[in-house]
Every structure is written in C-alpha cells, then in structure tokens.
Ligand binder design. Sequence first.
Ligand code: HEM
Length: 412
Amino acid sequence: MPTDAPIHRRATVPYVPFDPFSDEVLADGTEFHRALTAAGPAARVDQSEGFEIVAVGRYETAAAVYDDPAMFLNSRGQGLLDRLEDESFREPSVLVEADPPDHTVARSVIRKVITPRAVRGMRASFVAAAEAAVDRVVEQGSFDAQTELAEAFPLKVIPDLVMGVREEGRENLLRYSTVLFECLGPMTPRARRVMEDAGDIDEVRTWIAESCARENVGPASLGARIWEAADSGAITAAQAANMVRSLLGAGLDTTIHSLARTIYHLATHPEQWRKLRAAPERATLAFDESLRLDPTVRQTYRTPARDTDIGGVPVREGQKIMLISGAVNRDPDHWGPDADRYDLDRRSGSHLALGRGIHQCVGGPIARLEADALLGALARRVESLELDGDPEVLLNNTVRGFTRLPVRVTAA
Ligand code: HEM
C-alpha cells in the first residue's frame, strides 16, 4: 500500500483501504495503522473474506469503548464470528467472552487466583530458569532469540507453575494457541494453510480439554487454585475447566512473542540497551514500552448491543468492532509526536496492549515477572546485543511476532 493512501468517505463512515488480515498488513501494519488513526475515531476497512468491520485506531476512542462494557459486548465473541449466529472453534470463554454479571463472578475468582502473593511466589523459579537460559545462549554467542530464549524460557516455567499442565503432549500448547489465534480472524488462504499444517485439530482440542480436567492439573499451579474455587462452590466444574483453558490459551504465545519483540527492540536500539544495562531493574519498562510500540495482540473485538455511534461514527447492533492496538498505541494525540520511537524513558504504562477495563489482561503481572526475570538476566550477563541477520516475521490473524530472531551477544 502507498504511504499516502487516500482516505475515502462513504456516507458518514470513513473508509480506509486496507485489509487488516492481508499478508502485507500482517507483515507490517504501520501504514494501515497511520491511515486508520488519521481517518477519524472509527473507520470501515477492507476485508477480502466479506466481513464488514469497523476499526478503531485512536487511543481515546478505544479507551471509551473498553470503558463501556454494557454497550460494547464481549459475549458475542472474540473474533469476527458472531456467537449468536456461528459455531466457533471452541466453547465461549467464561472470561473474555462473557459480560457482567457472569463475567464479574468468573473475574473475581481468577483475581483471587492470580494474586500479587501468588506471582511473588513464582519469582525465584522464574529467575533461576531465566538465568540458566541466558547462560546457555551467552556461551553460544550467536543464537535464535525467538526459539532459544523467548520460547525456551516460558516453556520451562509457565506450563508447570501457571497452567499445571501434564508433561505428555506439551507440544500441543503452541499448536493450540496458533490455531486458536488464527481462528479469531477470517479463513484467508494463508490461514487455511496454517490450519492444514497444524494437523488434526480435534486431537489438539481433546488434549487441551483433558489437560484442563481436575485430575490432570498439577498441584503446585494456578490451575489447581482454580479447581479449589470449584470445590468451594464459587464456580461450577465446567467453569473451572473453562478457566484453566484460558490460562492454557492466553498464557504462552502472548508472552513468548512479547519477550522476543522486546529483545528485538533492544538489539536494534543500542542506546536503549545501554540504559537497561545500566539499570537492569528497568526490565519491565523495556517490556511495556515494547508492548506499547509493538503490541503482540493485534486487536481485540467488541460487538455493539444496540445501534449506536463510536465518536460520532455510526455502528450497528451486532457489527464487529476491532480495537487496533498497534494504531492506538502510537496515536500521536495521546503519545506525542515521537510516538514511533522506542524509548525506555517514556511513561508507557497506559498502553492498551493488555486491554483496559473489566477485561484487562489478568495475566499481566505474570508476563511482567517473566520480562523482569529474562530481560534482567540478559542485562546483567550480556555486554553487547545485536541482530545477527534478518528476523523472520510470523503471519497470524491475532498475534504479531517472529518465527526466527537471529542475535549475537558478548558476555559482560
Ligand atoms: C504479554 C503477554 C500478554 C498479552 C499481550 C496479553 C493480552 C491480552 C489482552 C489484549 C487482553 C484483553 C482482551 C479483551 O479485552 O478483549 C487479555 C485478557 C486476558 N488475558 Fe492476557 N495477555 C498476555 C499474557 C497473559 C497471561 C500470561 C495470561 C495467563 C496466564 C493471560 C490471560 C488472560 C485472560 C484470562 C484474559 C481475559 C480476562 C477477562 O476477560 O477478564 N494473559 N490479554
């Protein structure tokens, strides 16, 4: 797409001639994001599979949508399919695909499971695993930071401490999240190929369902705490299994790609890497600034309960709204003229990469603990960090990331 792509106006709804799910935009959404933010509070976008989507690319508008859960529903589905009309890949989540009052009950249970104390209790294991992972790659000098660091480290700690998932079949975790995140978007030819390559989806679904069952959840995990809530009668067994599934689906890919993208930004911004080296306790700032600049979850979805408008742009009951995090997190009206710059000194905590409002990511503190452990260990043990070749970009309907991130390091 040309940089100066025109913004057409159809009736009162601005139109931005980009398909958010085209291979080009999935590979690099910068021009789409700029055009969307410039177009107005909300705009129609192209969609080759025929979905009529209204997308939001301005920070204040997205915040207002997040803050009005009575009007902008989650229960009609994450993803482009309307839960009222279509069968989806899985049973609706009792968290991210529920509205109050059902959501309020589930959310209060998960908040009592993912407490600051529970997260602090994971710290020593996270730090030990991160240091071991960093020591391994420092010895190698050149390595793939995507698989050997950003993937290897969470795979060591998250399945045990967070999910409580059994050893056998763990390779299904990444297969599941790839398929799940692909299914939220349209089945473009590319997405269809990914689904075919993923093999027998029913086998993955069955493994996931079995892994969420009470008898298969490891005792020293957050999954086990969720089952205790079912034992106390706070939620039903079906809700507990569904909630454990949320940890399995939302807790791994998201953090892997967020860690890898932060490493990428640090490797390509030597002055920011020096800031982190000088103060490794700023690791979570480096992570949050990367999440702001380059959010891992491309978009979240809301569905209007009635005909209404978004910042004056009319939207219909049932129409899918996409809040585009890559655009809102660089909206110059909120972030200033240097919004495209990666800068550890920025106050980036109000970014929308983890959502906002009643559905804001409950796993955020776990993700930040991972970042603190891994990036802190890197900053302490590594002198120089730079790219060692071109990264390979992952194309997926929901997450942004790499499939390969070659880097070179020297020991401190
Ligand atoms: C950096 C990594 C992560 C990113 C970028 C991320 C992103 C998000 C986003 C954008 C939402 C809001 C969805 C919406 O409003 O529609 C969300 C919700 C959620 N996340 Fe995360 N997430 C991350 C890590 C985690 C982890 C580690 C877990 C669990 C172990 C987790 C579990 C959840 C759950 C259960 C919800 C639904 C909350 C609700 O609806 O009340 N996430 N996440």
